[in-house]
Design a protein around this ligand. Structure first.
Ligand code: BGP
Length: 460
């Protein structure tokens, strides 16, 4: 075997409530921003497919968990939907939701699969958005109560908690680049949303520890290593600034308990800082995590700007760099993302050298492919050799990281079964398992069989 992984390595995949449960307005659940936005602007979603039409984990979780076992998983991440558990955002939990999440967790445990549970995966309850969403400190307080409710209800079964999945994405989508509700473009509001999200994270960590929570608590961040076009000082500076905006804005408070001083200075210079209150600093310091989930899909390549900024244009991170297309880069054309396997290793080395080598794992990595039907083999299986190559390439670099002392404890693919991907709906397929949209039939792809075998052997 060329790549042997440690015996207790976490093999698995990740999913999220909003993208898999379906039943988005039944079982006592109230709408999220996704249900609301879809009702307002269905044309913004691929083929006008919305959050009610997912793979139906709410009904099919037992069969789906049986498939996870077939896929050799020893761990699986999904999320709890705040708007299902506490339909008004605050108050008593919904008994039907408590039963569902208990049954789902019991089923995972019965199959020997350790549940990793995330508390928030882009799914803001509309009742909370009505209060201002993450712009509101009331919502921060409500989230902390919701988190404490989850620890109380499910803490006996869950020992790996994550406060947020990719908290920067709702900031980018909702307040800078128009791909999440409320479709605002305003950097100062974006900064406030980002800041309050981290306060909410820290409040949840504090509650977990105050309650004597067993196990570990962390956060899932999408890290996009920033590579400069060249070693010219202007390119290097552009890459540094992109890194501050897109990685260190969340990584530093999560791991070090404070923001990078140069990010704060830059935002102060442009008058973009959020409002800070007494007590915030110590709260953030208490939010330091035990475990980091790293979602890695693509690198970010940047160069110094060629043109001056139009000062009348809205303030954006792009005021400080241009993106750069490296000649010869390898692409996933369906998603428009560069494939750069070594990025995973660079992230791990950075965490080892600059963030105290805290325990981490790859919580998402994957390849969305459009029109996957054309790879259907005669036996009816999707022959997705490209996905196997993609996973092998990344696992190879991950393995090198481990061999050089990085504390990377596992690898989860995005995702278990082809799922509903926000505005892209079912355009790109990511799963180990094919979902036939018309019949609902599930069929393990070639990559799923390869992964199961790899997980059982502990390497490849
Ligand atoms: C991550 C999210 C997932 C998932 C994945 C694939 O950013 O955590 O929810 O959707 O990316 O990306 P996309 O769905 O945009 O193709």
């Amino acid at each position: 075997m060329q790549y042997r992984f440690p015996d207790n390595f976490w093999w698995g995949s990740a999913s999220s409530a909003a993208q898999s449960e379906g039943s988005s307005l039944t079982g006592g659940k109230t709408p999220t921003t996704w249900d609301h936005w879809f009702a307002l602007e269905p044309h913004r979603f691929h083929q006008q497919v919305g959050p009610a039409d997912t793979s139906g984990f709410y009904q099919h979780f037992r069969d789906d968990i049986a498939l996870l076992a077939e896929l050799g998983h020893n761990t699986f991440r999904t999320s709890i939907a705040w708007s299902r558990l506490i339909p008004e955002g605050r108050g008593e939990p919904n008994p039907e939701a408590v039963d569902f999440y208990n049954a789902m967790l019991d089923e995972l445990l019965a199959r020997g699969i350790t549940p990793f549970i995330c508390l928030y995966h882009f799914d803001m309850p509309m009742a909370m958005q009505a209060l201002g969403g993450w712009e509101s400190r009331e919502v921060v307080a409500a989230y902390a109560e919701y988190a404490a409710t989850c620890f109380r209800l499910f803490g006996a079964k869950v020992k790996h908690w994550f406060t947020f999945n990719e908290p920067i994405v709702p900031v980018e989508g909702g307040y800078l680049y128009d791909f999440h509700y409320p479709n605002v473009l305003d950097f100062r509001r974006a900064a406030s949303v980002a800041y309050h999200t981290m306060l909410a994270h820290a409040a949840a960590v504090r509650a977990f520890r105050a309650m004597g929570g067993e196990g570990q608590i962390g956060i899932i961040l999408n890290l996009t290593p920033s590579y400069p076009r060249s070693q010219h000082p202007a390119d290097v500076k552009a890459a540094h600034l992109a890194d501050l905006f897109f990685n260190r804005s969340f990584l530093d408070p999560a791991v070090r308990g404070e923001y990078p001083a140069d990010l704060v200075a830059l935002l102060r210079e442009y008058d973009q800082l959020p409002q800070v209150q007494e007590g915030d600093r110590s709260l953030l310091a208490d939010g330091r995590i035990d475990l980091l989930g790293v979602n890695y899909y693509q690198p970010r390549r940047v160069k110094a700007r060629l043109e001056a900024v139009n000062p009348a244009s809205p303030f954006l991170p792009e005021w400080f760099f241009d993106s750069y297309e490296m000649p010869g880069r390898k692409m996933n054309p369906h998603r428009g993302w560069e494939i750069y396997e070594k990025g995973i290793y660079d992230i791990l080395i950075n965490l080892r050298d600059n963030y105290g080598n805290l325990p981490c794992y790859i919580s998402e990595n994957g390849m969305g492919v459009e029109g996957e039907e054309k790879f259907l083999g005669d036996s009816g299986r999707i022959e997705d050799d490209y996905r196997i190559d993609f996973i092998r390439g990344h696992l190879g670099w991950l393995h090198k990281g481990i061999s050089e002392g990085c504390q990377c404890l596992g690898y989860h693919l995005w995702t278990f079964i082809d799922n509903w991907s926000w505005c892209n709906a079912y355009k790109n397929r990511y799963g180990f398992v094919r979902l036939d949209l018309a019949s609902g039939e599930r069929r393990i792809k070639k990559s799923g069989q390869w992964f199961a075998e790899t997980a059982r052997r502990g390497g490849f």
